[in-house]
Design a protein around this ligand. Sequence first.
Ligand code: AN7
Length: 368
Amino acid sequence: MSTGYYSGLIDRYRSVLPLAEDSRAISLCEGNTPLVLCKNLEQANQKEIKMYLKYEGLNPTGSFKDRGMTVAVTQAVYEGSRAIICASTGNTSASAAAYAARAGIKAFVLIPEGNIAMGKLAQAMMHGAIILQIRGNFDDGMRLVKEVAENAPVNIVNSINPYRLQGQKTAAYEIVEELGCAPDFHCIPVGNAGNISAYWMGYSEIAAKASAHAPETATTSGLEARPRMLGYQAAGAAPFIAGKPIENPETVATAIRIGHPQSWDLAQRAVEESKGWFHAFSDEQILAAQMLLTAREGIFCEPASATSVAGALHDIEHDNIPGGSTVVCTLTGHGLKDPDIAIRQSSAELVTIDAELKSVKDAILKNL
Ligand code: AN7
């Protein structure tokens, strides 16, 4: 019986997911995230550009990884697996830890020592993951996970696991359902390059189905259209701009501090087929975009996520995105993930006053 209860993206999208009918969904009611229309960004308003934010920070563990993790862990449990493993810049480990807890299995996570945001570490610890901090970066962790999984009875839940991308493609379905068609441009941060590939798969499936259903009609439903995919990187971690993997990636956006993206070919194809492009932005530009969204739109995303907005605003200003377009930016993770960077870059002054009415009044008058 259908009720109003939303029980997660596997129940919602099982018909387009490659899961066995009798598999039991391991879910935390992920997905179904808001598509928030920007109201206060002059850059977009002046050119009558509708700019939407797909607020993936509102998933159960605060990032888009939950979309892929619900499907990957559901399949792992269906196959009888007792343990999962991943390398992570933070969000994958938080999500893996939560879904493993939900499923009653073990999660092993390899994280780069000293380069993971505090909120993400707290999540992995609280959910009971076995945390291995490595003296190395994400790319080292990824290499180790691939090697160890060949020899041990654990399922990899990094995005090289195809069930991850299958789950993440559902964000594209949600966007098309809400807008009635695909946007003209989809802006997204690129690290390991799984998410841009997953969105492109989702948009492409929707378009293929629409074309198959209405091959002869002169007036199309609009569902055949796919967006141009714009993949944005941090300047210090931009292998797609270099045209090859890079060693020693560096950026304040630790989530995308990745030099050897695993979904290289898929991401390249997404950008080429969609006639999109890659571009990279400095840490300063990324943090400025994060601050702009937080201060002007009331939306707090983590630095890596703000890369999509830094990119969109740049491409709007340079008329690469023409006036009148509809743009969706994926905000991949919540700002609360990384309180250290937020506090460090905030210009807010912490004023200490005596606990008396006059001091409060004075402070209000001074700031009105
Ligand atoms: C907030 O958690 O790779 O291009 O190990 O956490 O699909 O890798 C995180 C990636 C963007 C990049 N934004 O997505 C990990 C990890 C946030 C992220 C990305 C990540 P992909």
